[in-house]
Design a protein around this ligand. Structure first.
Ligand code: CTP
Ligand code: MG
Length: 585
């Protein structure tokens, strides 16, 4: 393992700033004994910077338990737009008249916002009863009552007090300059991967804000479908979310239609009169169309609403301005929620999994292999499945196959969705730990080597069996959907994008191999290890693999790499922001 004996910044970096910020925020919370809120804090995220092994998973709850508790917590929470000079103490005292507060934090978006979690749901009714709808002289208002509120100061001059200004929580990843600094001063490549994870993973506050946003949208949908649930899915909940990632939501109407056995005892069965349409797809389109209209017309802070109803999976896309989240609302999409649960299991089994996925995602973003715009690019979801598959292929395997998770399942785990068998064991404690002790550095290098040489022309990736299989069609990249096994999750990827991925993977494997041989001195300020891999393609970047290199590398190529490194180091040290790594998810 390449180790740097420096660590000058390792006691200072952002990760420690961030955790102390979180601690400050949590220490301010008034505790609320008896609520589930205290228990769910940080359940989704395993301890930061953990090393190899299975040591954390026994503490972890089932996915469904965490999601239920988070939802309940969000239902006791309000979002308040505040004046910038708010006095925190007075603000809390004012709100406490409606009941005790369990937790709160402030953050900046377009303005200052407070997320306030009460101990009891009743406090929200009390607060809403004392809230009025503004009347504007020039425009008309739509009197929609929600848990997204606006606080005004009656007498601004009385409120100003230097000591008590609200302390804000950061919702964004660090700048690329800061990130490179952190990575460059790490002690080893393993440390670099853990630092990247710590720096980019969703914070406790960001997770709360995601669940609150779903809860606010749920209130709007419930106007039509009382009892409906809006679940977050995808990277917001599957343990692989990076700060800045989108918020995928799923409108679940299953609870609405459930038969209450006790109330239906006797000889009669009462049914609702309903409208029928020719297919599930049309029903989904109609429901989403109406909810989309509703969000557009009445949803406070919901802007840029687009109804994308003809997609394979119909959706409504919008921005939630106050939280800053780009939201994708789907319906009738329970398989995607199940695949989020599966990824949650994989992400929780071994702390190396998330560290590796975050690095591969950041690497792909830095080299424009992924994009926030839909197109022929590989997606983060596909990359995550590729990492899982790679870890199933290690000897001994670091992750079990989906088939083996299915064979461990109990009767209560049985799950059939839309005719697909989605059964797997959900209790993490019942999954045997892996005996594999490979380092992150080795795994990262081998990941690039593995996919740099993968027979994409004939083989597909399949995490159900953990084996390479013949491709059923001619898509350049074929990754079998774990549950809808006839679907390819990377069908959109073009031959050019796959070629680019393969070349960059080979280059990156080579860079890491060179790291082992000649370690640059830490004082040289050259980006090394993971930092060298994250440098975006600049004017000097030429694919090394295209040069048909043979080991040992020619002096010319070595020189080229040295130029890339030193130019990039100078560039980000001297002119910050000029060569930047995109830190957006
Ligand atoms: N999904 C799927 N099949 C696809 C694409 C997506 O089943 N072809 C499901 C996956 O469960 C995925 C979720 O939809 O996690 C959300 O998709 P997306 O937002 O594209 O991926 P994320 O995993 O959320 O990653 P990101 O951080 O890029 O949003
Ligand atoms: Mg997503």
């Amino acid at each position: 393992m390449a180790a740097r004996g420096v660590g000058r910044l390792t006691c200072l970096p952002l990760c420690s700033q961030r955790s102390s910020r979180v601690l400050r925020s949590i220490s301010r919370h008034l505790s609320c004994p008896g609520t589930v809120a205290a228990k769910v804090r940080n359940e989704e995220q395993p301890p930061r910077g953990a090393k190899t092994g299975f040591e954390d998973r026994t503490l972890k709850k089932r996915f469904s338990e965490v999601q239920k508790e988070r939802r309940e917590q969000a239902q006791r929470t309000v979002l308040i737009h505040c004046p910038n000079n708010i006095n925190e103490k007075k603000f809390l005292k004012y709100l406490s008249q409606h009941g005790p507060i369990n937790n709160h934090f402030f953050y900046e978006s377009i303005g200052l916002y407070a997320v306030v979690e009460f101990c009891q749901k009743d406090s929200i009714n009390s607060l809403q009863n004392g809230t009025h709808t503004p009347s504007l002289s020039t425009e008309a208002t739509i009197p929609f009552k929600s848990r997204f509120l606006n606080l005004k100061l009656k007498n601004p001059s009385n409120q100003i007090s230097e000591q008590s200004f609200a302390h804000t929580n950061n919702q964004f990843p660090p700048s690329s300059k800061k990130l490179f600094e952190l990575l460059n001063y790490a002690e080893s490549i393993d440390d670099q991967l853990n630092i990247l994870l710590t720096t980019f993973q969703l914070t406790e506050e960001n997770i709360r804000l995601r669940h609150l946003t779903c809860s606010l949208i749920e209130d709007i949908a419930a106007a039509y479908f009382p009892g409906c649930v809006i679940w977050p899915f995808g990277s917001s909940v599957n343990t692989f979310g990076k700060l800045g990632c989108d918020l995928d939501m799923f409108l679940d109407l299953d609870e609405v239609g459930k038969l209450n056995v006790h109330k239906n005892a006797g000889n009669f069965l009462m049914e609702f009169q309903v409208k029928n349409v020719p297919s599930e797809r049309i029903a989904t389109q109609k429901i989403l169309s109406v909810i989309g209209e509703c969000l557009d017309n009445f949803g406070p802070g919901c802007v840029g609403v687009q109804k994308i109803l003809n997609a394979r999976c119909p959706l409504v896309r919008f921005s939630h301005q106050a939280s800053g989240f780009q939201c994708d609302l789907t319906a009738n999409n329970s398989i995607a929620l199940k695949s989020s649960e599966l990824l949650y299991i994989y992400g929780s089994l071994d702390s190396r999994v998330r560290a590796l996925v975050f690095s591969v995602r950041c690497w792909a973003r830095a080299h424009s292999l992924t994009s926030s715009i839909p197109g022929a690019w590989i997606t983060n979801f596909s990359l995550t499945v590729m990492v899982i598959f790679f870890l199933q292929r290690r000897s001994p395997p670091i992750l079990p196959t989906l088939d083996s998770l299915k064979s461990l399942a109990d009767a209560e785990d049985r799950c059939i969705l839309e005719g697909n068998n989605c059964t797997f064991i959900r209790d993490l404690k019942k999954i045997k730990p892996s005996g594999n002790t490979e380092t992150l550095e080795l795994l990262l290098k081998e990941f690039f080597e593995y996919y740099g040489n993968f027979a994409f022309n004939k083989n597909s990736i399949n995490i159900r069996q953990g084996k390479e299989q013949n491709k059923p069609d001619s898509s350049p990249l074929y990754i079998q959907n774990p549950f809808e096994t006839s679907l390819n999750i990377s069908k959109n990827v073009s031959p050019n994008q796959l070629q680019k991925f393969v070349e960059l993977a080979r280059d990156s494997a080579w860079i890491l191999e060179q790291e082992e041989k000649n370690q640059p001195s830490p004082s040289s300020r050259q980006p090394w290890g993971l930092a060298a891999l994250l440098l975006p393609p600049g004017p000097h970047h030429t694919s090394l693999s295209r040069k048909k290199r043979k080991k040992p590398m020619s002096e010319k190529v070595k020189g080229l790499l040295a130029t890339i490194k030193s130019n990039s180091a100078d560039s980000f040290a001297a002119t910050p922001g000029k060569r930047t790594v995109s830190t957006k998810a």
